[in-house]
Design a protein. Structure first.
Length: 293
């Protein structure tokens, strides 16, 4: 792996863990929003430790202590190389949690749980997405799930993670009440959506399929006016059994209106299908693949 790419991955891991720590320390933990994972357990322990032990257990302590056995088991199962990046992510997250808890929240919103769950979930999701994009993890739920799956390969890892996080959410329900548990579910939903967007990429585009009697003219106009490449695909109408040609073109979101008008002006009876595209790699879009890795 190139040195520059390795450095950028570690920088992304550190940035991601800092964002997670802001989301947890500023919005989730102060309001008892348990969103699963090690951080969720930490929020519960932070709340109840003062009552039962006479002192408060910081989130960063819980993060390190609970992750140590998980890493030892993972290293024994799969070797150190598998856990190296994740170990850096966990250490970085623990350090960020320890520092950020002493930084006052400039966006204090009082007891507005909806705002807290939205911003907490968004920051956590963005941070986790950055870490996962660097082929690492923050330990916790996903690592425990991978340990169980290593011993029992038939168990789907997604269902294992859902079951573990569900138990943590249920614990939060008993400690903080049903209302905060429901807000925590909203935070989980927001976080998951943002993680998926970060992993899938934010370079959205539109894929357009065109069936027309004026394909040549439409293709020429697209190439000349929009400066986009067009591909002719062989097709066959299953009712008439006639061979046809279907045009395929990918355009940016801001170009879709121009393309729609262009087709309409040439053939108002054209059959057009427009689909969302998450990410486009290649000429005219993202040409440097390393920029998104």
């Amino acid at each position: 792996m190139k040195q520059s790419k390795l450095v950028s991955e570690y920088a992304l891991i550190i940035l991601g863990t800092i964002l997670v720590s802001f989301g947890v320390n500023w919005f989730l933990a102060p309001n008892g929003l348990v969103t699963g994972g090690i951080s969720g357990i930490g929020i519960v322990l932070q709340s109840i430790s003062g009552t039962f032990f006479g002192f408060t257990i910081p989130l960063w302590v819980t993060t390190i202590v609970l992750n140590i056995p998980l890493f030892l088991i993972s290293i024994k199962q799969r070797g150190f190389a598998f856990a190296k990046k994740s170990a850096i992510a966990v250490l970085s997250l623990s350090a960020a949690l320890a520092v950020v808890e002493h930084i006052p929240n400039p966006f204090f919103v009082g007891n507005d749980l909806l705002v807290c769950c939205l911003f907490g979930g968004a920051l956590s999701g963005l941070g986790i997405g950055f870490v996962l994009r660097s082929a690492a993890s923050t330990g916790g739920t996903d690592m425990l799930a991978s340990i169980i799956r290593y011993k029992h390969p038939k168990f789907p890892i997604a269902k294992l993670m859902l079951g573990i996080d569900g138990c943590i959410l249920l614990t939060g329900l008993f400690v903080f009440g049903a209302d905060k548990a429901m807000y925590a579910i909203i935070a989980v939903f927001v976080s998951t959506r943002i993680v998926n967007n970060v992993l899938a990429g934010l370079h959205y585009a539109k894929a357009v399929f065109i069936m027309s009697q004026s394909n040549d003219r439409i293709a020429k106009e697209i190439m000349e006016k929009l400066r986009r490449g067009v591909t002719g695909l062989s097709a066959r109408g299953m009712y008439t059994k006639d061979a046809k040609e279907m045009l395929f073109v990918v355009v940016s979101q801001k170009e879709i209106a121009d393309l729609r008008n262009l087709i309409q002006d040439i053939d108002s009876k054209a059959f057009v299908t427009i689909a969302d595209v998450r990410e486009v790699l290649g000429q005219g879009f993202i040409e440097d693949y390393n920029a998104i890795m």
